[in-house]
Design a protein around this ligand. Structure first.
Ligand code: CS2
Length: 491
């Protein structure tokens, strides 16, 4: 039952507070959204509780003031609510020591970055925040924000612009560099942020680029904790239970996995104290998580949305959807993976299903469907490339790709408008509008080099399978297409 504590009563309740002074900042973090709060800030808080050397975080938002406005009235303290199938637990998180909105106080961000107390700069800026052109494997020099930052590197707007400005200040004043730790769902995220930083630095000062490539570490990391956007009802439920109004509350599953490449050019927190895995190579872990979890998440997001499902839990309450993702894991995803040390791929996927079924986590299909053009390549398309290379079937994943192509038309299977959020949304809508036939539309989407790698764009096998799946989806809708696919697969 949903409760209805009035807004007036809610706002009269006490807010979270901090009794002790803020911790010395040693980390600067770009992207202070819900995932940062449920994961990075939360786990650093766990480390801090167990170690004398504490790591405070300066949270930096490039543009948005929303999170700051929530945290400002409560000493930058907030609660993280862990929800498993059977129990819930609130943790008060105190690791955020300072907060800066870069568009208002860019020079303060630079000053903080040049301060040697800051040993790590971490990022959760989502895939699009990197401005990485995966096709050319370099910084997207055609992006207007990158063009602006390269023209005016003293007053950056982008994360990469700030990274380079901060490293440049350190280089020019002979200070030690910070380590750059990417915590986004990108394969080889460390190598990606390394590459864009070098590309940017090379344009403004080749000697700086040389120094960066010699002195700065960019460890890769695999991050995992399902964290839906917090909604009003979560805040009300928390207030009723704990007698506190916390607009900065985050709700997340109990499970977490953080695997970090142990390669820091600076000191680092004793991550191990919080159960974080330090390894020499994270590549296999990243691939497993991106393909098994994020791949099926995106498949469920598009097919589920088109089937009228609001959340992932709702999707997996349907037997045919469950059969479908089990089929994807068993036949199309696991065969492309090497097992990372300490993992068992079949168990990993069985546990994923239990995580998806968690009724306490209302993870909207619409939320996961966002930014598909940035997510599909590493979540689904790389798997398909591997399958094609080994002449294996990829009809299950083809249906998910077709569902994305349908989704980005902006009109669902019942003719209702979809609120498509994607950096390419405008281009995608224009293609949909201009295409005379479905076949033409699908082909034009498959021509997009920002999404589809050359090997897939040039593959007639790939194009034919996607065309077939798209027709199927248009004709039968999402659930029947899945059922037909499953019964054909059983034969
Ligand atoms: C999700 C991820 O929103 C999405 O695209 O697939 O945020 C997912 O919940 C996390 O990667 C889980 O660790």
């Amino acid at each position: 039952m949903h409760s209805t504590l009035s807004e007036v009563k809610l706002k009269k309740l006490p807010r979270p507070t901090r009794e002790e002074p803020a911790i010395t900042p040693r980390i600067l973090h770009f992207g202070p959204g819900a995932f940062f709060r449920s994961f990075v800030a939360n786990l650093i808080d766990c480390v801090n509780k167990k170690d004398v050397r504490k790591w405070g975080i300066v949270a930096v938002s490039l543009n948005s003031e929303t999170t700051f406005n929530k945290l400002a009235g409560q000493d930058l303290a907030f609660n993280a609510m862990s929800m498993s199938n059977t129990k819930k637990r609130a943790q008060k998180v105190l690791s955020i020591s300072d907060f800066i909105i870069a568009k208002k106080e860019g020079q303060r961000v630079r000053k903080t970055l040049s301060d040697e107390h800051i040993e790590i700069v971490s990022l959760t800026i989502t895939e699009k925040g990197y401005h990485y052109n995966a096709d050319k494997k370099e910084l997207d020099f055609s992006n207007q924000n990158i063009i602006d930052d390269l023209e005016n590197p003293e007053n950056p707007k982008t994360a990469v612009g700030f990274l380079v400005a901060g490293l440049r200040d350190r280089y020019l004043s002979g200070k030690a560099p910070f380590t750059v730790l990417s915590c986004d769902n990108l394969p080889n995220n460390g190598a990606v942020v390394n590459k864009i930083t070098l590309d940017f630095a090379q344009k403004i000062d080749p000697a700086l680029a040389k120094w960066i490539s010699k002195e700065v570490s960019f460890p890769s990391s695999m991050i995992d904790r399902i964290t839906p956007a917090t909604n009003e009802q979560d805040i009300i439920n928390f207030a009723e239970e704990y007698g506190m109004y916390d607009p900065a509350l985050v709700v997340h599953e109990e499970f977490f996995q953080w695997v970090i490449e142990d390669k820091f050019s600076s000191r680092r927190p004793k991550f191990e104290l919080a159960g974080i895995q330090m390894v020499s190579n994270v590549e296999l872990h990243e691939k497993m998580k991106l393909r098994c979890l994020n791949g099926t998440h995106s498949a469920l997001a598009y097919l589920g949305y088109l089937a009228g499902c609001n959340t992932i839990a709702e999707c997996v309450s349907d037997d045919s959807m469950v059969n479908y993702i089990q089929y994807l894991w068993e036949k199309e995803i696991i065969p492309t993976l090497e097992t990372p040390e300490g993992e068992d791929l079949n168990n990993y996927c069985s546990e994923l299903l239990v995580r998806y079924q968690n009724p306490a986590i209302e993870h909207r299909t619409w939320q996961i469907a966002m930014d598909g053009s940035q997510k599909l390549p590493q979540r689904i398309l790389e798997t398909v490339s591997d399958l094609i290379k080994h002449e294996r079937n990829f009809q299950g994943l083809a249906l998910a790709i077709a569902a994305w192509i349908k989704y980005v038309t902006g009109i669902d299977l019942n003719g209702e408008v979809i609120d498509v959020r994607d950096p390419l949304a405008k281009d995608l809508a224009i293609i949909a509008k201009k295409s005379k036939t479905s076949e033409h539309y699908v082909n034009s989407i498959l021509d997009l080099s920002k999404v589809f790698p050359a090997n897939l764009r040039d593959s007639s096998t790939f194009r034919m399978e996607i065309q077939k799946s798209f027709k199927f989806l248009d004709q039968y809708g999402s659930l029947v297409s899945i059922e037909k696919l499953m019964s054909a697969a059983e034969k």
